[in-house]
Design a protein around this ligand. Structure first.
Ligand code: FES
Length: 158
């Protein structure tokens, strides 16, 4: 870069040198801005919700006859003797959370009713409540997999 001494003895940058420096800074800046905007564009913009596979406790936490709704997970854990199942509590009409009732499940939104297995017995719900796979982990805990729908009436035997 060309520079020459000024009256005070300091270095004065030439006009050509100054313009060269500004041009270089502009080029570097535009590359940096391009790289940043490419990174922002390519970075996935997703939010990860609750995992669909989760532990619910040990079999002894659910006594025979239990029908325990876990609203945060939208499942109801049902135990009949030594059989355990996880039934969805998401209404198949418009997605409200159904509540266990003495005869099965009832939806508070538009009045759909389901029997104890989740089959529709009344109201606008178009299909039965889903059943999810339940398995026993090596540590002895029950694990529900909401990505794995199973046939209605398929219990895990513990
Ligand atoms: S959402 Fe359950 S009946 Fe409409």
């Amino acid at each position: 870069m060309a520079s020459r001494p000024d009256e005070t003895g300091g270095q004065q940058i030439s006009r050509r040198g100054f313009l060269g420096w500004v041009s270089g800074a502009g080029i570097v800046g535009s590359f940096a801005a391009g790289a940043l905007s490419t990174y922002v564009f390519l970075k996935p913009r997703v939010t990860y919700g609750e995992p669909n596979k989760f532990l619910i406790g040990r079999p002894e936490d659910f006594p025979s006859g239990a029908r325990m709704a876990i609203d945060t997970r939208r499942v109801c854990i049902v135990r009949e003797g030594n059989k355990i199942a996880a039934i969805s509590t998401t209404c198949t009409h418009l997605g409200c959370i159904v509540a266990p009732s003495p005869v099965g499940f009832a939806c508070p939104c538009h009045g759909s009713h389901f029997d104890v297995d989740g089959n529709v017995t009344g109201g606008p719900a178009p299909k039965a409540l889903a059943w999810y796979k339940v398995s026993l982990t090596p540590s002895g805990e029950l694990e529900v997999d909401k990505d794995n729908e199973i046939q209605i009436g398929s219990y895990l035997t513990v």
